[in-house]
Design a protein around this ligand. Structure first.
Ligand code: SIN
Length: 297
């Protein structure tokens, strides 16, 4: 059966309709979904009802699942599923990560040398207002980038630091184990990648994590990055998702950034997410290197 999808509010995001993600047995449907995701970075599925195992099984159709470095955010039931939540357990300990605060424009895993760039987020409980999530299309942003900015970033690599990202988190999310610190040294990634399926070039960015541009002094690198962030997150490149319980959104961090609005700390929000190692044949997958001491000095 041909897959039915439509663009959402004239944006780059597509809603896939009439699909129950817990019973995707038809190989051709899966192939069509893979193909669709290569072209459209954000796919939305409404009215889903998934166990954690079903969420993990659906996600694994697109690549091996990553257990992210924040192991304390993992579900106790299915460790490949992360809990993004402000809820606390009976001992008043957070059950997951990322609380209720604003999350600025970022790309998951950009701080890793080999980032797992696929993400699936499933809405289980939602606050009455706030907590909406937006995505920016970094392929469209690159296509519209003024020639001067394109020239300035041509062949350049940005420096990504998990230490910077942590500083933007709230409360205990800022605290990491020695093991996590060892797993997250600063890395460099090219700022521009061609997409292996569409051939379109895209920016690879993360405003919460980049600390500069290799080979440029700190001030000049930060100024250039700020200019690009301001350009790439203009409304014409952005899809804003108003969550409903049962929504599943999957996105490709290889050519998007996303941000979340804050919400009332007294309200409940529970999201379940998976992180996927996508294939280089179908997706932009940055191949980074460790940042050298010279770059970091
Ligand atoms: C995330 O940045 O992965 C979480 C987004 C959200 O909580 O909506």
């Amino acid at each position: 059966m041909p897959l039915e999808s439509r663009p959402l509010s004239g944006s780059f995001a597509h809603e896939v309709v009439d699909l129950q993600l817990w019973e995707l047995e038809d190989r051709s449907t899966v192939d069509q979904l893979r193909q669709l995701w290569a072209h459209h970075a954000v796919l939305v599925f409404r009215r889903q009802a998934l166990s954690e195992t079903e969420l993990a099984d659906f996600s694994a159709l697109f690549g091996p699942l990553e257990r992210v470095v924040r192991t304390e955010w993992a579900s106790p039931v299915v460790p490949e599923v992360g809990l993004i939540s402000n809820l606390k357990d009976a001992q008043a300990r957070p059950i997951g990560g990322l609380g209720d605060g604003e999350l600025q424009w970022h790309s998951d895993q950009s701080y890793m040398r080999n980032p797992a760039t696929g993400a699936v987020l499933y809405a289980v409980e939602l606050p009455p207002e706030g907590g909406t999530t937006s995505w920016a299309d970094l392929s469209a942003a690159y296509a519209a980038l003024p020639e001067r900015l394109r020239r300035e970033i041509e062949g350049r690599r940005a420096v990504f630091s998990y230490v910077k990202r942590l500083a933007g988190y709230q409360g205990v999310d800022r605290v990491i184990s020695e093991e996590t610190r060892q797993q997250t040294p600063a890395v460099v990634h090219p700022l521009v990648h061609p997409h292996p399926v569409t051939g379109r070039k895209a920016l690879y960015l993360d405003s919460t994590t980049t600390i500069g541009i290799e080979g440029m002094d700190n001030a000049a690198g930060s100024t250039l990055l700020d200019e690009i962030y301001a350009f790439a997150t203009q409304p014409q490149f952005v899809y804003r998702h108003d969550w409903q319980v049962g929504d599943v959104v999957m996105w490709d961090n290889g050519f998007t950034m996303h941000r979340r609005e804050p919400f009332d700390p007294e309200a409940r929000r529970l999201m379940k997410r998976t992180t996927i190692f996508l294939s280089r044949e179908r997706h932009i997958v940055p191949e980074g290197e460790l940042a050298t001491k010279e770059v970091l000095s």
